[in-house]
Design a binder for this molecule. Sequence first.
Ligand code: MN3
Length: 207
Amino acid sequence: MAFTLPALPYGFDALEPHIDAKTMEIHSQKHHKAYIDNLNKALESAPELASKDIVTLLREIKSVPESIRPAVINNGGGHHNHAFFWESMAPSAGGEPSGALSDAIKASFGDFAKFKETFKQNGLTQFGSGWSWLVWDPAAAALKAIKKPNQDSPLMEGLVPVLGVDVWEHAYYLKYQNLRAGYIDAWWNVVNWKKADEAYAAAKAGK
Ligand code: MN3
């Protein structure tokens, strides 16, 4: 069963003025679509993997044949990262997390402001393309802020994404040009904390 491009949970212009409509359209319909097409192409030679969902495929990346592993890392990671990213944003969102995730962020980072600064710095200091992530680390039973190059999924190291921001230039260049910091500052206004809280609860429950 081939992977398909998920529909955005909102219109291309829904995140304006923070994320512009043209970027959302190209990012989802061209970039994300290409990861899915290339993932499907790579998997044609490994029918034994056809029944695995994308999370399982990435968690069990070492069981993917070496001949197609780099393609699955790049394009499977690209697919899951973007599907997760669209859900992590919403119109009329932003603000601060509440409830269990808020408490966990305070426990791991001191307070929300310190978390935001760490997460932003990870995004700014990711050289070239990549992502800044807030993940649940089951082994440490704690939240962690990490950065990853390219489309490397945290799932490949047993970490569970709670929130992530795409810092590839394609995510912001049309509106922010070289100003990655301005993009990240604006991005906080569209963070869907309800989704992040759900992702945290599911991660902590081992789902
Ligand atoms: Mn992207």
